[in-house]
Design a protein around this ligand. Structure first.
Ligand code: LIP
Length: 347
C-alpha cells in the first residue's frame, strides 16, 4: 500500500506499479512492454486458491509468525552470547551462535507441525543449490544481525516470511531488544507495534516527505563479511562517492548508516526513517520479510545493480527506496545507478 500524495488516502499497489520507467538512462533496463507483469493482489487470490489458501490464510499465517517471532525473541533475550562462544562460518566476520541454530530449529518444527504442506528455507539449514520454488515457502532468518547479537548491540531481529510464486506475501520482523514488531500482509498494509503496545501504520509519516535527490538522503549500507575483491572495492568506493561533495562528483548524501541487520534496514526504510538501502551480497532470508513490509509501506525494491527494476528475491542485489512519489523514487534509483558507472556487484 502507498499513500496518495494529494488525497492522503492509502492505495493498494500491484507489482505493476513498479514497472520500469520510460527514459531510463541505463541501457540494459527493459521497457515496461517487454516485462512480464507480476501478480496483482487479484492475481494473488488466484495463485493462493491453487494452494487452497486465501487472504484470510495469510492473516492467520501472519499471526502464527508473530507468535513464533516472540518465542524466538525470548530465546535471544535468554541467551548469553559472546564472541568467544560463537563459531565462524566463511571467515571471522561471518558468525553463527548456538542460538541461531536453536531458533531456526524451533521455527521450523512449529511451522512444520502447523503447516506441513508449506516448504521451508532457512539460513542455518540452507544447502548450496537450494532454490525457492513457486510453491508457498516459509523463509527464515533466525537472527539477522548475528554480529550485533554477540556484541550485545541491540539491533538484532528474527525475520520470518511467506513467499508464494517467489514473491513475499507475509513479513514479520521482531527486534526483542527494543520490542519493535514489524508486520505486513500483501495488499493489507504494513505496521509497527512498539514495546508499549502502540501500533503505527507504516510509513510513520502519513504523507511521506519529498525525495528530490540523493543529496539529503540518509542511506543504509552494510559492509558484509567479504572484505576483499571487486565487490568490496565497489562497496567502499560507492560509500565514498555517496558521501563526498558534489563538486568532486559525489552525491553529498546526508550520511550513511550501517545498522548491522539488513532485515531491520528494510524496516527503517519502510518506516521512512531511512531513505534508501543499497546492498549487494546478502541473501533471501535477510530481505524477504522486509521486502513485503517495505512494499506495503509504499516503498519499492530495485536492484543494487543498474538496469534491473524487478530484482529477484534470490538475486542478492537490492536497492530499497522509501515511500514517496513514484517519479521521485525512480529518480533517486537512476541517480544512484548513475554514480556506479560501469561498476557492478558480481555473485
Ligand atoms: C547479516 C546481515 C548484514 C549483512 C551481512 C549478513 P546475519 O545477516 O543482515 O546486514 O551485512 O552480510 O548477511 O548473518 O546476521 O544473519
Amino acid at each position: 500500500m502507498r499513500t496518495d500524495m494529494r488525497s492522503g488516502q492509502k492505495q493498494y499497489l500491484s507489482f505493476r506499479d513498479f514497472d520500469s520507467p520510460d527514459g531510463s538512462d541505463v541501457s540494459t533496463a527493459p521497457t515496461p512492454d517487454t516485462m512480464t507483469p507480476n501478480p496483482t493482489p487479484n492475481d494473488l487470490k488466484v495463485i493462493l486458491a491453487k494452494y487452497l489458501m486465501s487472504e484470510k490464510t495469510l492473516r492467520e499465517i501472519r499471526d502464527s509468525l508473530v507468535d513464533i517471532a516472540r518465542n524466538a525473541g525470548q530465546m535471544m533475550i535468554n541467551a548469553d552470547p559472546s564472541v568467544c562462544t560463537s563459531d565462524t562460518k566463511k571467515n571471522t566476520s561471518d558468525r553463527v551462535t548456538e542460538t541461531d541454530k536453536a531458533i531456526e530449529k524451533m521455527v521450523h518444527s512449529r511451522l512444520q507441525s502447523a503447516y506441513p504442506n508449506i516448504d521451508f528455507l532457512g539460513e542455518e539449514t540452507f544447502k548450496v543449490g537450494q532454490k525457492l520454488s513457486d510453491k508457498p515457502t516459509f523463509v527464515c532468518d533466525p537472527i539477522d544481525g548475528t554480529l550485533n547479537f554477540i556484541h550485545g548491540f541491540p539491533n538484532t531481529a528474527v525475520s520470518l516470511a511467506l513467499t508464494v510464486a517467489k514473491k513475499p506475501v507475509v513479513g514479520v520482523i521482531y527486534n526483542p531488544f527494543r520490542g519493535d514488531l514489524y508486520t505486513a500482509v500483501k495488499g493489507q498494509g504494513a505496521y509497527l507495534t512498539t514495546a508499549s503496545g502502540r501500533t503505527h501504520n507504516l510509513p510513520i509519516r502519513s504523507t511521506p516527505a519529498a525525495l528530490p535527490s540523493l543529496n539529503g538522503c540518509l542511506v543504509a549500507l552494510e559492509w558484509g563479511s567479504e572484505r576483499q575483491g571487486p565487490n568490496w572495492d565497489l562497496r567502499t568506493s560507492m560509500s565514498q562517492t555517496l558521501l563526498s561533495s558534489r563538486s568532486t562528483g559525489g552525491a553529498m548524501v546526508h550520511s550513511i548508516r550501517s545498522s548491522g541487520s539488513a532485515a531491520l534496514d528494510f524496516c527503517y526504510v519502510a518506516a521512512g526513517q531511512m531513505d534508501l538501502f543499497w546492498e549487494g551480497g546478502c541473501w533471501i532470508w535477510d530481505v524477504c520479510a522486509g521486502w513485503c513490509i517495505l512494499e506495503e509501506a509504499g516503498g519499492m525494491v530495485a536492484s543494487a545493480n543498474p538496469g534491473d527494476w524487478r530484482p529477484e528475491l534470490e538475486g542478492r542485489c537490492y536497492l530499497a527506496v522509501r515511500g514517496a512519489m513514484r517519479e521521485e523514487q525512480e529518480s533517486v534509483v537512476r541517480e544512484l545507478w548513475g554514480l556506479m558507472g560501469k561498476r557492478r556487484f558480481v555473485f
